[in-house]
Design a protein. Structure first.
Length: 286
């Protein structure tokens, strides 16, 4: 039995600890050896216990790095020494060719995916544009127009329809109109007795400053042709207007009503925010 009072030499302990092997992949030491564990290898310039690593562990780590990019040089993550990888088995020409094809396909796959995504978006926009024309003008008239129009022009015109609808919603004309009315009534106080009070009430300029916005409500603009068609058919059902005239008038009515309601909503919210105050805490007077 070892003597508990034996004094341990620090230099001897340091020398012994530096000789201990420590795998930086699986975090095991040579004292934790399990049956079937592969041999130790020192593949880099690291010193001390971390210079060692299990052959199986470092092979798995190298395989993961080469799977991400088979053309890179694998280096030690600590001392950055390049590993000297020895290939014990050389594959034949067929396998080399297949490996090169895999490498090329991996490099081209992001561009192919991007191209497919762009094509899908383009075809969807073109289909939406064609459906919009049929919906607004009418099936028979739309088929005649689409048939007689130059195909190259259609390739540009049809996708531009949904793009134009989305871009139109980036212009916040309601706040611009509200700000103009407020400035106009401010310069002519007599109009305060004529205009509605919600339009004459001055509000914080931060809430009414014109800005270009692009948010989730922008995509509601894609429903504008359908909404205009429905409103036009309801309001001008018994009129002698054509389909496109009904749709245009329905769109104008819808935009005007929606704009008026938006101005009404924002003005009241602005007045509410301007009159908001923070009250004293009930116990602050004590």
């Amino acid at each position: 039995m070892a003597n508990l009072n034996t004094t341990i030499n620090p230099s001897t302990y340091k020398q012994e600890s530096s000789k201990q092997k420590f795998c930086w992949v699986c975090f095991e030491t040579d004292d934790d050896e399990f049956e079937g564990r592969s041999d130790w290898v020192s593949p880099c310039k690291c010193r001390g216990s971390t210079r060692w690593v299990h052959q199986d562990c470092v092979q798995c780590w190298v395989a993961k790095k080469l799977k991400e990019n088979s053309t890179i040089k694998v280096h030690c993550p600590l001392c950055k020494t390049e590993y000297n990888i020895i290939i014990m088995y050389e594959v034949n020409f067929i396998v080399k060719s297949l490996n090169e094809l895999d490498k090329i396909s991996n490099q081209l796959s992001p561009f192919l995916i991007f191209g497919v995504a762009v094509d899908a978006c383009y075809l969807t926009a073109a289909l939406y544009g064609a459906i919009t024309i049929i919906q607004v003008i009418g099936k028979e008239e739309a088929m005649i127009i689409l048939k007689d129009t130059d195909p190259s022009l259609l390739l540009l015109m049809l996708p531009a329809i949904p793009l134009s609808l989305i871009m139109s919603r980036t212009i916040n004309w309601e706040e611009t109109l509200l700000l103009a009315i407020q400035r106009f009534t401010f310069n002519f106080p007599i109009l305060r007795n004529i205009m509605p009070s919600i339009l004459c009430e001055p509000v914080n300029m931060v809430n009414t400053t014109h800005s270009v916005q692009f948010n989730s409500r922008t995509y509601v603009a894609l429903l504008l042709p359908t909404t205009a068609k429905i409103v036009g058919n309801v309001l001008f059902h018994y009129s002698s207007y054509s389909n496109i005239q009904k749709t245009l008038l329905g769109g104008l009515v819808f935009i005007a009503v929606k704009g008026a309601l938006t101005i009404y909503q924002r003005q009241h919210n602005a007045i509410r925010n301007r009159t908001r105050k923070v009250a004293d805490y009930p116990d602050s007077a004590r």
